[in-house]
Structure formats: C-alpha cells, structure tokens
Design a protein around this ligand. Structure first.
Ligand SMILES: Cc1cc2nc3c(=O)[nH]c(=O)nc-3n(C[C@H](O)[C@H](O)[C@H](O)COP(=O)(O)OP(=O)(O)OC[C@H]3O[C@@H](n4cnc5c(N)ncnc54)[C@H](O)[C@@H]3O)c2cc1C
Length: 128
C-alpha cells in the first residue's frame, strides 16, 4: 500500500498479530481525573504472551477504543444482523477489552464508556 510504504520509509514500525490490552498510565493527581496523564507503556498480547512497549517522554500515544468495522454485524432486507454477544459476553472484543481495562483506572474513562453503553442500549443492542 502506498501509505504504508510511505510510513515505513519514514521509520514507522508496523507490528501485526498484536492485541493492545491496556495502557500503563501515570496520573499526576491521586483522584486520577484531574491533572496530566502520561502513558508509561503500552501493554500488549502476542501469541498469548504479554509484552510491554515502553514509552519515552517525547512519545505520543493515540488510542481509539472500539472498532466500527470489527464490531459491525451485517443484515439485509430479509435477514436481521446476528448479535453474537449476550449481556454477559458483551465487551469482550479487542476494542471493548482495552476500554474496560482503561475504565478500571480512571473515572473519566468510565464516564465515556457508560455513554457509549447507553447509546448501544438505545439502539436495542442488548435485547438478549
Ligand atoms: C458497514 C460499514 C460500511 C462502511 N462503508 C464505508 C464506505 O463505503 N466508504 C468509506 O469511506 N467508509 C466506510 N465505512 C467507514 C470505514 O470503514 C471506517 O471509517 C474506517 O474503517 C475507519 O478506519 P480505522 O482504521 O480508523 O478503524 P478500523 O477500520 O475499525 O480499524 C481498527 C483496527 O484496530 C483493531 N483493533 C481494535 N482494538 C484493538 C486492540 N485493542 N488491539 C489491537 N487491534 C485492535 C480492529 O480489529 C481493526 O482492525 C464503513 C463502515 C462500516 C461499519
């Protein structure tokens, strides 16, 4: 892909078959809400082994939680999309997993997660 080649030429490293499970965050204040939040390391899983990618003071970590494409289920005019999760298994996909783990660390992330859960409820995705 042209973009991938361009980024590789600039020194970007692509790491495949890797699941980001959590971030090691250093909070400035004890309330873990106010003040700065620094990511000290990205915690990942590769071939069932946990690996940690340390971050330097000049590194930026950009996180998107959830994946519109990974969590899409398709239907058509005659077939409803299959909701292959239940209330108990909901939140186990890769995007939700990292979000759940981040939410355990800070109330700020719990609020964001609850807003999304509320939105899913409104769409009727938790009917099972
Ligand atoms: C049904 C549908 C139709 C669409 N049609 C169009 C269209 O026609 N034209 C158009 O331009 N756009 C379309 N889009 C939008 C387009 O697909 C998205 O905007 C685009 O894919 C977003 O790209 P992304 O790389 O940001 O995220 P994604 O494509 O979602 O990629 C994120 C990746 O990260 C992975 N991931 C998630 N969590 C983790 C984790 N913790 N660790 C490791 N990996 C993780 C996911 O598995 C996924 O592979 C459509 C989207 C949907 C759902």
């Amino acid at each position: 892909m042209p973009l991938q080649n361009y980024l590789k030429d600039k020194g970007v490293q692509f790491q495949y078959d890797t699941l980001v499970t959590d971030l090691d965050i250093e909070f400035e204040h004890a309330d873990k809400v106010t003040g700065t939040k620094k990511v000290k390391a990205i915690i990942t899983e590769k071939a069932s082994e946990q690996t940690t990618i340390p971050m330097g003071s000049n590194d930026y970590v950009i996180v998107t939680t959830g994946s519109m494409t990974e969590d899409t289920r398709y239907g058509d005019d005659h077939t409803a999309p299959t909701l292959d999760f239940t209330k108990d298994t909901m939140g186990q996909s890769s995007g939700w997993k990292v979000w759940n783990n981040l939410a355990k660390q800070s109330a700020v992330l719990v609020i964001q997660k609850n807003l999304i859960s509320m939105w899913i409820n409104l769409l009727g995705c938790r009917r099972r």
